[in-house]
Design a protein around this ligand. Structure first.
Ligand code: 2IT
Length: 444
């Protein structure tokens, strides 16, 4: 089996040299689904896997804009339309200096399986730019978004491709992007999700990734006969996803003792709760991308250039970015008594860390844990199509059902008689549905 997988990966690598993150994401999926693939000659004959690793379309474009000093700036824009077997391409836009084609291909590939897990009719896609909002003025961000959308608009649409936010793209950016799309097309449609509440956005969308992740953790804990109340949790990041998770953990009686940024992490032994949670939104809006001010504001500890995984906690929830938790971090967490890692960031753990955690404790991957975000994006699309807004309770209720069902799918495909392997469960569960749809739709 290993040689087959190696051959497959070698051939992929030869065709996509240097795309490290993409290779990592594919390898993880291929290892999980290989048995299922081999047992199904129809998948092999139709070369489902070979087709799945090739995006249906990749769009790359120049994004010129003028900064506040009058200087011309050039960034690169992307949209990777990965797979439309289950619905319109769907997935976020990331604006960050680390964005490359490899990063967006890994994210788009993962998104396809994640979206499949949600049970909603959404294909997979991802896009963004190497533009960094850090330190930019509001006007610069608007001009950049307008230029970016001027090109992107011709490729997307409510039945074709529906982008949303990701790192560096929040409500403000979605607003500017939507405004430009509407102006160019003279159409008010649900072409983007994560919109403002007054103009087509869905209640609970901002909270959905974090809330959904905690609902998923509740199901994991349930199987272990445990509850989130009284658990100490390490969270990384301080953006929208961390904020949603922290709010829900507090509501359910858990205690979050860390947050982090590119500058280091905060250790708050009293818990990140109450007004401190709202403060995270201020930190994010300041565009500085640092967490240190939290320490000064609330008298907590700031540990520069370190990650929260060195602290003893019961549960760890990486909420920042890919490969933020490596094998040393994983070992340190387990040594300190951590029994559950729920990855909220996409591919937040390195492959080594994920493998180790799956063996040693209970670990679930991002594509299952964080799917609540895109799920509520799917619900936003439904509401837009109906030209209706559901109340908060309705959206939250549906989010609960979706996260429950994703967990059930992971158990169905990942339970080995002793323990749930959530990586296998999520990958096989996500894969089968996409593969069957591709088979039914012929060689396209
Ligand atoms: O990684 C993700 O699932 C997202 N950034 C959300 C995508 C979406 O379309 O809401």
């Amino acid at each position: 089996m290993k040689t087959d997988i190696n051959d497959f990966m070698e051939s992929l690598k030869a065709r996509t040299p240097g795309e490290r993150e993409f290779h990592q994401a594919v390898q993880e999926v291929v290892e999980s689904i290989w048995d299922v693939y081999k047992q199904n000659p129809r998948y092999q004959k139709a070369k489902i896997l070979e087709r799945m690793v090739e995006p249906e379309r990749v769009i790359m474009f120049r994004v010129p804009w003028i900064d506040d000093r009058g200087e011309v700036q050039i960034n690169r824009g992307y949209r990777v339309e990965f797979n439309s077997a289950l619905g319109p391409y769907k997935g976020g836009l990331r604006f960050h200096s680390t964005v490359t084609l490899s990063v967006l291909k890994f994210l788009g590939f993962e998104q396809t399986f994640k979206n499949s897990l949600t049970t909603l009719p959404m294909g997979g896609g991802k896009g963004g730019s190497d533009f960094s909002p850090k330190g930019k003025s509001d006007n610069e961000i608007m001009r950049f978004c307008q230029s970016f959308m001027t090109e992107l608009a011709r490729h997307i649409g409510p039945n074709t491709d529906v982008p949303a936010g990701d790192i560096g793209v929040g409500g403000r950016e979605i607003g500017y992007l939507f405004g430009q799309y509407k102006r160019l097309r003279n159409e008010f449609t649900g072409v983007l999700t994560g919109k403002g509440l007054g103009w087509g956005g869905s209640l609970i969308r901002p909270e959905a990734t974090g809330y959904g992740a905690v609902y998923f953790v509740q199901h994991m804990l349930d199987r272990l006969g445990k509850d989130i109340a009284g658990q100490t949790v390490a969270v990384s990041g301080f953006g929208n996803v961390a904020w949603g998770a922290i709010s829900k953990i507090n509501e359910l009686g858990g205690k979050v003792v860390t947050i982090s940024g590119p500058d280091g992490y905060i250790y708050d032994e009293n818990g990140v709760s109450g007004e401190k949670v709202d403060y995270l939104l201020e930190l994010r809006a300041s565009n500085n991308d640092i967490v240190q001010p939290y320490a000064e504001q609330f008298g907590a500890q700031f540990i520069p250039d370190k990650k929260p995984w060195e602290r003893p906690v019961d549960i760890a929830m990486p909420c920042a970015t890919e490969n933020e938790l490596n094998i040393d971090d994983a070992k340190q967490l387990v040594k300190n008594g951590c029994f559950l890692v729920a990855e909220v960031s996409n591919m937040g753990c390195t492959s080594e860390a994920a493998e180790y955690l799956t063996e040693a404790i209970h670990y679930a991957p991002g594509k299952a844990v964080n799917a609540g975000g895109v799920a509520v994006s799917g619900l936003e699309m439904s509401q837009n199509s109906m030209r209706m807004n559901w109340p908060k309770e309705e959206v939250d209720h549906r989010l609960h059902i979706i996260m429950h069902d994703i967990h059930e799918t992971c158990v169905k495909y990942g339970f080995n008689g002793a323990k749930v392997n959530y990586v296998v469960g999520a990958n096989v569960g996500g894969f089968v549905k996409v593969a069957d749809a591709m088979l039914a739709q012929g060689v396209v």
